[in-house]
Design a protein. Structure first.
Length: 184
């Protein structure tokens, strides 16, 4: 399986994840504002080699198997600097995940990234449905799902780095996504 292509938005470059990204991710990722609503499989406190281990042992092998697609997020004005990451996964009820370093949150950047990654999911990969689990208290992530025309389909307790919270499952079908895209 080939690496996913580089994708672009008005303000972002989404570059496929590589082992060379480990040091930059290690600097940006392990902050409470980033990890508190992530699944509790993320080790906390984050180990000094957490990014390297994750890339080498989890993400890059999954990409090679064609089961996951990972991109780093970089501003077009500063392409050398990683500010976050977005991923697609071929897992049951878990198809997209992301994180963004706090200085860049609340500016609509992740919505931009989701737009092109969702297009990749439906158009390039040909998937029929996207399901995204998230911690219910994560208001910013919920707003991204709402703006993307996803709908809440279920809620159950989940374990996150920050503790036990309701885990909401959001969904959009290919038909709903096409209709939403046509309206924009």
């Amino acid at each position: 399986m080939h690496a996913p292509p580089t994708l672009q938005t008005q303000r972002l470059i989404l570059q496929p994840l590589s082992l060379a990204d480990a040091d930059a991710i290690q600097q940006r990722f392990p902050h409470w504002e980033v990890v508190r609503y992530l699944n509790d499989v993320v080790p906390w406190p984050y180990p000094d080699d957490g990014a390297l281990s994750y890339l080498r042992d989890v993400a890059l092998p999954a990409m090679a198997r064609g089961e996951e697609w990972h991109w780093t997020l970089r501003l077009r004005t500063r392409p050398e600097e990683i500010i976050g990451s977005i991923s697609l996964m071929d897992h049951v009820d878990n198809h997209r995940g992301f994180w963004l370093s706090p200085p860049w949150q609340g500016q609509g950047l992740m919505s931009e990234a989701c737009t092109v990654v969702d297009a990749y999911w439906f158009e390039t990969l040909g998937r029929e449905v996207m399901r995204v689990p998230k911690a219910a208290p994560n208001a910013g992530s919920r707003r991204i799902s709402e703006r993307g025309a996803m709908r809440l389909v279920s809620s159950q307790e989940g374990s996150f780095v920050g503790g036990k919270f309701a885990c909401d499952l959001w969904e959009i079908t290919r038909e709903q996504w096409l209709a939403h895209r046509a309206r924009r």
